[in-house]
Write a protein that binds this ligand. Structure first.
Ligand SMILES: [Zn+2]
Length: 363
């Protein structure tokens, strides 16, 4: 098959790779009709997160099951499935409590890399959720979004206890932040403040349910949130960036007794103890247990109640994945979406170009 490998900072190559095979009897092999680049892929891409030799890339996936191992009981060849970035058994005590991304048997969700034509998925029965049937093509981008950015934004909103009668502020206007806005709306929040200084992202935030936009950041942003909330701060704040500035912006935007849901991967963040002690703010977050939310998210997408696939604003053929990284790195794209055509003949496929699903738009 062909797949994406990162060799070093800004050195992404799309190349021939070994075909994934069933390694454990609990594995499944899936064919990927569509794949995408995550904001978190930019950390190793920029060289901020060191890699240990050439690394297959991609951890968000949906696909058609091609083959399952001998111990897989629930997932069958031919099903269309959605997974997430960690594989989990979904049966241990931690999974049953809803924290599948800390499963005691946790593994990478797609160890062979998901920016590729095929992927091996460990612990298939616990990790994968089948859709009610083969999805219409225009739903595939939204299902792909459920695999990571929607599930993560959703967890951020849940961790921040977004809900009816709450004012929710969202720090970060990447795909996760924008989808946290969508989640807050679905969870019934009364007022949703998106913090963004980019016009196209503000527009999408409003489409997803934002009632207010704040363009200031850092302490100015927090001051503006206080101003908008009678001096108190928001009840719920989603932190979807992961830097020192954004984390402090989130904590300082939250009222006493309020909740911060942090889902941006934290890099070198230090929270001053004394300030935090006196803030009375709850902090909860971490790698989103996307698996917990998948059945509900798939149902909302299947019934066309939400359209999270709108965060994909750049569509490229898979072999141009390196350009997708560049576009994300330069913030020309919110969320890059590489396309393959699932109606193509059996894989390995010919050169796949064009026919992007309607949910993906070239900008
Ligand atoms: Zn588990």
């Amino acid at each position: 098959m062909r797949g994406t490998v990162l060799y070093g900072p800004r050195d992404v190559r799309f190349e021939e790779r070994p075909d994934p095979t069933i390694v454990e009897p609990t594995d499944a092999l899936i064919r990927l009709p569509l794949t995408c680049v995550c904001g978190s892929d930019l950390w190793p891409y920029r060289g901020i997160e060191p890699i240990d030799g050439p690394t297959p890339m991609g951890h968000e996936y949906v696909g058609i099951v091609e083959e399952v191992g001998s111990e897989v009981r629930l997932i069958e060849p031919g099903q269309f499935v959605v997974g997430s970035f960690f594989a989990s058994d979904n049966t241990c005590e931690i999974c049953r409590a809803g924290y599948q991304s800390s499963c005691i048997h946790r593994q990478p969700g797609a160890p062979t890399g998901a920016q590729a034509e095929y992927a091996r998925i460990p612990l298939a029965d616990g990790t994968l959720v089948a859709t009610p049937g083969l999805p219409p093509e225009d739903l595939i981008p939204s299902l792909l979004a459920a695999s990571d950015v929607l599930g993560t934004g959703w967890f951020g909103a849940v961790a921040a206890e977004a809900g009816p009668a709450k004012t929710v502020a969202v720090v970060g206007d990447g795909a996760v932040g924008l989808l946290a806005v969508l989640a807050a709306k679905q969870l019934g929040a009364e007022r949703i403040i998106a913090m963004s200084r980019h016009e196209s992202r503000q527009r999408l935030a409003r489409e997803f349910g934002a009632t207010d936009i704040v363009t200031e950041r850092g302490d100015e942003g927090a001051a503006r949130i206080k101003e908008l909330t009678g001096g108190l701060g928001a009840h719920s704040v989603v932190e979807a960036v992961g830097t020192q500035e954004s984390m402090m912006q989130a904590i300082r935007s939250t009222r006493a007794g309020g909740h911060v849901g942090f889902v941006g991967v934290l890099h070198d963040v230090e929270i001053p103890g004394e300030e935090f002690f006196f803030s009375h703010v709850h902090l909860h977050g971490g790698p989103a247990p996307v698996r917990r939310f998948l059945p509900e998210l798939i149902e909302l997408i299947w019934n066309r109640k939400i359209d999270p696939g709108k965060v994909f604003d750049l569509t490229l053929p898979l072999e141009e994945v390196a350009e997708g990284y560049r576009a994300m790195d330069e913030r020309r794209a919110i969320k890059h979406c590489c396309v393959r055509d699932r109606t193509d003949p059996p894989l390995p496929a010919r050169r796949d170009v064009a026919r992007p699903p309607p949910g993906c738009h070239r900008v």
